[in-house]
Design a protein. Structure first.
Lengths: 293, 286
């Protein structure tokens, strides 16, 4: 039983990281209607910035997280402005290919800047865990990750639901042209979405590398794809969907690793996605939108 | 030294006598002035030499056969299309070079021929999207729920309810916009447009799909809105009873060109208008 709970906690905390990344994917998809495949690589940049801030500049952990958020926010807004905005009127395929291009660009730029040798990321989260939790092998990172994920998700639900910017975002998501005619600056709203998504990516990057300390230019790629998987799983465009999807993917992965096979874990995660999509094409919490005839 | 900007303001363009009710006192600045407005799509002149003046608090009608370019005129006014010729002055200010949302902030709001509400949002939130530019607080204040946030959200809520009360729709505030009956959706579109605090309200076929009693109610409401808000209203409509009854000035378009301007009576007796709608009379062919 104790072992099972350990796996569950592992799954939950890894799932929380996926959920934070998936929230970024789903926000951008929901509002800009595009898949930002470079999102995973923004995570990697966030982790590198935090790494450099602590190792080279000697900043404390919390300061490095803030710095990393700021850098990623700027990066996200830049990517949107330089790469995606000129393609606003272009077909979805052009944007998709551009996103993949941006992804490779970031990976190679990181390789040029920081080299291909993996860096050893020291966990930024360290505090003694209460006895009853330590028994189940719950680490400080796990706790922080789960709490961070819940706070972020609640914050986003509030932000999109109750603030005027959130309403503007939902309006843009539903009908860009109509939103514009109501006086909403669509470009600014989309930039803001990228800013929020990228700040989340920075947090996810730091948490991810606090788990698995190997930091290299391709660090963000696989978690990025899995988080995308999670977003689709939960219903892309839906904030609670991304959260549920992320947690479920994390747990499925942890259980598959524990009870089936470590090497098959990824196949199982994506296999489950395929089955879910066959049964419920819009994802778990997604809304099926019938094509208008 | 006269700057380039001054030139662009359209002051150099000679004013045509475009007032659709010529003897009306328009005051110093009419709500809307279109001067030789036109747009070409690859050589096709969708709207050509469109000149029109609408006074403050005037209700103007834009009619014409299908495909005459009426909605294109609305799209030009709201900058969905950038005009290739001419100038648009809104309350005396030149709108050239402005984008869609900037023109809305300057004071043009519109509804759509096919209803385009934010269907998954509530009725109140739809109105609040229209109030977007009047709520002033930063995202930071919003997330932390600082007093500014509460103050502005409360004001926005009250304003939204007040606007909904024009059509007695307060009780629908928490319904999803997409689930409203057709007539209510049309009314909500007007409320949402009014929420942006326009000087000129453009209504694209507001009576489409309504029965005669609903149309009569709508007519009364359009006049009520004009009187309450003191704004100019321009509407595209195929329902002649509505146009002839409430429009103080009517402009008729055919093949992108203005073929007649004047009061309801003048339009009804205008040969060019009768020809556009019914075809040439003399030989009995269409």
């Amino acid at each position: 039983m104790t072992v099972f709970i350990q796996y569950l906690v592992n799954g939950l905390s890894m799932g929380s990281v996926y959920a934070i990344i998936a929230l970024g994917y789903t926000m951008v998809y929901g509002i800009a209607k595009m898949l930002n495949f470079a999102h995973g690589d923004v995570i990697m940049v966030g982790a590198y910035v935090s790494f450099c801030a602590t190792s080279y500049l000697g900043l404390p952990g919390w300061a490095s997280v803030i710095l990393s958020c700021v850098v990623c926010t700027v990066l996200g807004v830049l990517i949107e402005g330089l790469a995606y905005r000129p393609l606003r009127q272009a077909g979805p395929l052009a944007v998709l290919i551009t996103a993949i291009g941006v992804s490779y660009f970031l990976q190679n730029a990181a390789q040029l800047l920081w080299g291909a040798t993996p860096k050893n990321f020291t966990s930024l989260v360290a505090f003694p865990v209460p006895e009853f939790l330590a028994k189940f092998n719950v680490s400080a990172v796990s706790l922080v990750t789960i709490v961070a994920c819940l706070v972020i998700m609640a914050g986003l639900v509030f932000f999109t639901g109750k603030t005027k910017m959130g309403k503007a975002m939902r309006a843009v998501s539903e009908d860009k042209a109509a939103a514009q005619l109501m006086g909403i600056n669509v470009n600014r709203t989309i930039s803001m979405t990228f800013a929020i998504g990228s700040a989340l990516a920075a947090i996810a990057g730091v948490l991810l590398c606090s788990y698995s300390p190997v930091l290299q230019p391709t660090t963000g790629a696989m978690p990025g794809i899995k988080a995308f998987d999670a977003a689709v799983f939960g219903g892309i465009g839906s904030i609670p969907g991304a959260f549920v999807g992320g947690i479920l993917i994390g747990i499925i992965e942890a259980m598959a690793q524990a009870y089936i096979s470590t090497s098959l874990a990824n196949s199982i995660v994506f296999g489950v996605l395929i089955i879910v999509l066959l049964v419920k094409p819009a994802g778990l919490l997604g809304k099926y939108v019938p094509e208008k005839v | 030294m006269p700057s380039k900007f001054e030139f662009n303001k359209g002051k150099m363009v000679p004013y045509p006598s475009g007032a659709i009710v010529p003897d009306r006192d328009l005051g110093e600045r009419p709500a809307l002035e279109c001067i030789h407005l036109g747009i070409e799509f690859g050589g096709l002149k969708a709207v050509d030499d469109f000149s029109l003046t609408i006074g403050k608090t005037e209700i103007a009608g834009l009619i014409g056969p299908n495909g005459a370019g009426k909605t294109t005129v609305f799209n030009l006014l709201t900058k969905v299309y950038q005009p290739t010729h001419g100038t648009i002055l809104l309350d005396g200010e030149d709108t050239s070079g402005k984008s869609v949302y900037q023109v809305n902030r300057m004071g043009i709001a519109r509804t759509f021929q096919n209803i385009r509400l934010f269907n998954t949002m509530t009725v109140e939130d739809n109105v609040k999207v229209g109030l977007h530019n009047q709520e002033r607080y930063s995202g930071f204040e919003g997330v932390l729920r600082l007093p500014t946030y509460w103050k502005h959200e409360k004001a926005a809520h009250e304003r939204a309810m007040e606007l909904l009360s024009i059509f007695d729709m307060e009780h629908l505030a928490n319904e999803q916009a997409g689930s409203l009956p057709y007539g209510a959706q049309r009314r909500l579109e007007i409320v949402r447009a009014l929420a942006t605090n326009p000087k000129l309200l453009l209504l694209d076929e507001p009576a489409a799909g309504m029965n005669p009693s609903e149309t009569a109610e709508l007519m009364a409401n359009i006049v009520k809105i004009r009187d309450t808000f003191g704004i100019a209203i321009m509407l595209i409509e195929h329902d002649m009873s509505l146009v002839m009854n409430i429009c103080e000035g009517i402009c008729v378009l055919n093949f992108g060109k203005v073929i007649a301007k004047g009061t309801a009576e003048e339009i009804q007796n205008n040969d060019a208008v009768i020809e556009a709608y019914l075809g040439k009379q003399d030989k009995g062919e269409n």
